[in-house]
Design a protein around this ligand. Structure first.
Ligand code: GAP
Length: 459
């Protein structure tokens, strides 16, 4: 690909054109940093969530699921530290009101800001580096002073006229729903430490910068797992999950060269140890997933603020303690953007450019497309039942418009691993042509054997 900026532009326009991602409410001019998933985006997002759930919950007897509500008592967010500490340093261009995250501006000139810095310290660091920043942003106007901008999204519930009531928040992370339900899960599920609770759900943040497509959005879905362990086991469990999560991505076709760990030196308020798994997006190495050793921070603050003891009575060890938490946390949108970036390929075929999404079959929105050679009824009579049978097991597309060459290209573009062509020979030999997306090789397969053929291919 010519350069990474071009690649990103191509992915954004391709994602809209082929029904993956649409800008939100675009007919009204859109809403910054909010996106909708189109028909293929939904299929991709569902695969991302199902694969994560399988690897995290289904394949671990000791991990259970949860679906906590988005609205929670505002006390949760005060206790967790989000009301006081979950903020980004921000400056505004006084001319055009464009907002910038100060830590991002500094990063661009090679200066690492510390998350624990006060507003004044951040202002000093910005002032020291403003000349270098202005070289990068020659059109930048006069800047406001640095402000700390809280990321929690406020909302209203119930009686709007009750101005004395505390604001409610749309949750800023799914993790808090897990901590406040930890006791319920212990009491209802007979789980024993070590055990985990996993959740997939929407989170909301008033993100300051809104320029990175579905990488950073104000409404997004998180897939988070909190693993509760004895303090002595926390380090081993943390290292184990660090490895598991990295292996997970390579098992789904992500090149190891595009993945790396990044250790956080400046820890966010809750973390004892934190690594990111970074992916090399078209705009550079960025956080894909957060892996946090949270210690006993969360259960301790919730026990303190709620007045409810959240200790664990370990009958095997004969001890009472507050379990430590190891967290894996990743966004659905960020994972989708990784899969799209990794898969997007342009190839020269017979003097033409072929766009193909080389998705791992498990990730691909459709696994198979059924393509009757023409709209003739006798071909439809064979193709339709094939679709009926295969769609019991997989998402299968059906397309009978335009030339077969164009239809192959359309399926290549959306990453469908296999196309099945029903032609006039099929009426005689009861076989169809199966075309492989990546090699473009074709083979004749008996209709009766198609299901087992794809079971083997897609296993
Ligand atoms: N419970 C810990 C937590 O929320 P985080 O690093 O703030 O940690 C975890 O978020 C993951 O959620 C990130 O690694 C990223 O994949 C995703 N994420 C966070 N903010 C996001 C945003 N504004 N848009 C899209 N994904 C986001």
């Amino acid at each position: 690909m010519a350069n990474s900026e071009d690649l990103m532009k191509k992915i954004v326009s391709f994602a809209k054109r082929r029904g993956f991602v649409f800008p939100s409410s675009e007919i009204y001019g859109g809403l910054a940093a909010v996106y909708d998933y189109g028909p293929l985006g939904v299929l991709l997002a569902n695969n991302v969530k199902t694969l994560w759930w399988k690897a995290t919950v289904q394949e671990h007897r000791e991990i259970v699921g949860l679906d906590a509500a988005i609205f929670m008592s505002p006390k949760v967010w005060e206790a967790s530290g989000h009301v006081g500490g979950f903020s980004d340093p921000l400056v505004e261009d006084k001319d055009n009101h464009q907002r910038y995250r100060v830590d991002h501006l500094l990063e661009e000139v090679g200066v690492q800001a510390d998350e624990k810095m006060t507003r004044d310290e951040m202002q000093t660091l910005l002032d020291e580096n403003i000349d270098a920043i202005r070289e990068k942003y020659p059109k930048m106007g006069e800047l406001s002073d640095v402000k700390q901008f809280n990321l929690l999204v406020k909302s209203n519930l119930g009686d709007f006229t009750d101005s004395g009531s505390d604001p409610v928040y749309l949750r800023g992370e799914t993790a808090q729903g897990i901590y406040v339900n930890y006791k319920h899960v212990l009491d209802s599920m007979r789980v024993k430490v070590p055990f985990g609770i996993a959740q997939v759900g929407k989170s909301f943040r008033n993100e300051v910068t809104a320029r990175q497509f579905i990488f950073r959005t104000r409404e997004f879905e998180q897939m988070e797992m909190q693993y509760f362990v004895h303090p002595d086991e926390a380090k081993t469990v943390y290292e184990d999950w660090k490895q598991k999560r990295m292996d997970y991505y390579t098992s789904l076709g992500i090149s190891a060269d595009n993945l790396r760990y990044h250790e956080h030196e400046n820890l966010i308020f809750y973390a004892k140890e934190a690594y990111d798994i970074e992916y090399q997006y078209p705009f550079g190495w960025k956080e894909l997933e957060g892996l946090h050793a949270r210690g006993d921070y969360d259960l301790t603050v919730h026990a303190k603020h709620s007045g409810k003891p959240l200790e664990y009575n370990d009958q095997v060890r004969g001890e009472k303690y507050v379990p430590h938490i190891v967290e894996t946390a990743v966004g659905v949108g960020r994972t989708m953007l990784m899969f799209l970036s990794e898969a997007y390929t342009e190839e020269e075929v017979d003097g033409e450019t072929r766009v193909v999404l080389k998705f791992h079959p498990k990730v691909a929105p459709y696994k198979v497309a059924i393509l009757p050679l023409s709209k003739k009824e006798e071909l439809q009579a064979v193709a339709e039942p094939i679709w009926q049978t295969l769609s019991q097991k997989w998402s299968v597309d059906y397309d009978e418009t335009q030339s077969i060459g164009k239809r192959y290209r359309r399926q290549d573009e959306i990453g469908t691993p296999y196309c099945v062509t029903v032609d006039f020979d099929t009426l005689e030999d009861k076989c169809v042509t199966v075309r492989d997306r990546d090699t473009m090789e074709q083979e004749r397969i008996a209709i009766d054997e198609l299901e087992s053929y794809f079971e083997a291919k897609l296993a």
